[in-house]
Design a protein. Sequence first.
Length: 89
Amino acid sequence: VCPHHDCAMNPIACLGDLASASLLCCPICFRRLELAGVVPNVAETVVRLGTMFKSPTWRPVCHRELRILERWGLISRAQLQEATTVDLT
């Protein structure tokens, strides 16, 4: 169990937990996974996740994760705005 609230490594006990759970591990857990050999290249993996989260399929449900990646400096503010713009037409 990770002590950080926004981490995919925390257990999910009910649907409420699932709805509030992050799809990203925290930096500490990413490092743990790297040291264990599960994730060979954390930087590359996080960039690939960011690309996936910005895709039209994932964009509607990944606002929180995109903001986290922006805070970590892996995507720009412009990319974040682009990702959260919703076309209602």
